[in-house]
Write a protein that binds this ligand. Structure first.
Ligand SMILES: NC(=O)c1ccc[n+]([C@@H]2O[C@H](COP(=O)([O-])OP(=O)(O)OC[C@H]3O[C@@H](n4cnc5c(N)ncnc54)[C@H](OP(=O)(O)O)[C@@H]3O)[C@@H](O)[C@H]2O)c1
Length: 332
């Protein structure tokens, strides 16, 4: 080990736009020495993930990687020296480490890589964090049922391909969105999706209408931007949308205007569309409760009353200009 060097990758500068290799420094350092309670591990696989783009621009919820810092990432490593107690020499473990060939960790958050996972790199992909994202996001947030029409973007990636394949296993019709014929062919022929739209070759909106003539029951979004917009206009009644990722905006310095899916992802928020006509069955409860609150002085109101039906058009114009104050009614 003494003659080994520790290759490590540090952030050299914050990228502008799509990162380039020159944004990073690859340097050699000494193999670290584990302290009491630590393990020395030899890294075997490093996971590269889109969230790292957010870390190096300083806007990811896991925190920023500063210029000069070691890049962070999940690694699969073999334990070489163990003073930690939790794992033995020779164990293969996965943990959130760094872009380094040798890693020191106390193993507190490490997990043993199941030897059944072959190749072990799958523990970073479809059987790791991206796979769990798909599994939890689809099965627990999207509430799928057999026969649902599911659309998923970035369909050839670990998250998207797992969402689509789990959806197929659950009896859904699955339409992927991916960039280019090679990815689309893999998505249908290997991953078994029912269809895949190449958004680089045809306009997305009409293609979604062709593949999902009755609308989209579940949309699992990995991209945001124009792709999200195109699918949102084609949701079926009662659709569920899981906002997972924002590939379309990770490389931009300026946040696009309008409500941003990032706010929903960050807050794990639930957003529901409301149409009052669906809630007629609650009218009796509502009237009972509201009358009681009114009688108890707990409700206050304002009315903006216009006299005469002939004045209704002008009153309506006032309402739509925001110049009303209180509930607009016309006294006839
Ligand atoms: N919410 C969470 O906890 C969580 C966890 C894991 C991952 N994610 C998110 O899930 C998404 C997919 O992750 P993954 O690991 O499976 O990645 P991935 O699909 O392997 O790679 C990202 C893909 O995004 C697509 N893409 C669409 N628009 C793009 C653009 N403007 N620039 C670059 N790529 C674009 C590309 O595929 P096409 O060419 O097919 O468009 C690209 O291959 C990411 O947004 C990631 O951040 C979220």
């Amino acid at each position: 080990m003494a003659d080994e060097t520790n290759l490590e990758v540090r952030l050299k500068r914050r990228p502008g736009g799509v990162p380039v290799a020159e944004d990073f420094d690859v340097v050699e350092g000494p193999v670290p020495v584990p302290g009491a309670g630590d393990m020395l591990c030899r890294a075997r696989y490093l996971s590269l993930d889109p969230y790292m783009r957010g870390q190096i621009s300083g806007r990811h919820l896991s925190g920023a990687v500063e210029v000069g810092d070691l890049m962070r990432g999940e690694v699969i490593s073999d334990v070489v020296t163990s003073n930690a107690g939790r794992f033995d020499v020779g164990d293969r473990i996965a943990f959130r480490g760094h872009w380094q060939s040798w890693q020191v960790t106390d193993g507190a958050e490490a997990r043993l890589v199941d030897p059944a996972i072959d190749p072990p790199s799958l523990a970073l992909g479809i059987l790791g964090m991206p796979g769990l994202t798909a599994y939890a996001g689809f099965l627990h947030l999207a509430e799928p049922k057999a026969g649902d029409v599911v659309v998923v973007s970035a369909a050839s990636g670990p998250v998207g391909s797992m969402v689509g394949q789990i959806a197929r296993i659950k009896g859904c019709r699955v339409v992927g969105i991916a960039g280019g014929p090679e990815k689309c062919r893999w998505v249908t022929e290997e991953a078994g999706f029912d269809a895949c739209i190449d958004y680089k070759a045809e306009e997305l909106g009409p293609a979604i209408e062709r593949e999902c003539p009755n609308g989209v029951d579940i949309y699992f979004d990995n991209v945001g931007g124009d792709v999200l917009d195109a699918v949102m206009w084609r949701l079926a009644l009662g659709a569920r949308v899981v906002l997972c990722g924002l590939m379309a905006q990770y490389n931009t310095d300026e946040i696009p205007p309008g409500p941003n899916p990032a706010t929903i992802i960050k807050a794990r928020a639930t957003v529901r569309g409301l149409v009052v006509y669906d809630h007629e069955d609650k009218r009796a409860d509502f009237t009972r409760d509201a009358l009681a609150w009114l009688a108890a002085g707990k409700l206050h109101y304002r009315e903006d009353v216009t006299e005469g039906l002939e004045n209704a058009p002008a009153a309506f114009a006032r309402l739509m200009a925001g110049r009303n104050f209180g509930k607009m009614v016309v006294k006839i």
